[in-house]
Design a binder for this molecule. Sequence first.
Ligand SMILES: [Fe+2]
Length: 226
Amino acid sequence: MSSVDLFTGIHKGVRGMLFETALTVQNLDVENPAAIASLIDDIHTVFSFLQEHGEHEDDRIFPTVAGEEPQLAAALDAEHKSHMALAARLEDELQFLAEAATPVQRADALAVVRRSYHDFVAGQLLHMNHEEREMLPATQRLISNGNLAEIRRGIVGSIPPDRYIQWLGWMLPALTPQELTEMFDGLATAPPQFGQMVEAVAADVLPAERWNELHAMTESIVMEAA
Ligand SMILES: [Fe+2]
């Protein structure tokens, strides 16, 4: 049984992103145009990250187990497509919110967006659990650790550096101290430039207490503690 896990860490980052906007959509000042524009931007950002994440799974992970687990791969792919349909509906509702002219229209449009966004979050949460309960063990049963690590390198290598820094910005704060330590221990064998980039993101996005804790646990970190 392999132990490389292609799902859990990135899913934690995705949940952080989904939850942050889920909180914003609940208490937004509907009379503040900048706040509405910012919410619309945030939801578009969530869509773009999730589309990218789904493509990585569809293109680089599911095909590797589809021969042995065709129904599972097809079911998860169908869930990805249903998320896109929900996102398209929400896109129309966001447009309606952006164009609402009166306070009453804005409040009504925001209520519609809030409920649809929560439908979207609920769908994503169920889907990620489905993947972690069934696809994760399937990949670990059917693919060697070396090949799983190669798939992960392929995914990371396909993401432009600026975008990968954004992904890390969501993922690192969502990891446990033990997961962070394991990740940084693994960076000891990565190209130094890559390790330094991840360190810089960690130093930026982790609270000082967590960064110092990680620093104390990991010998290979080059940057200074806070
Ligand atoms: Fe997925």
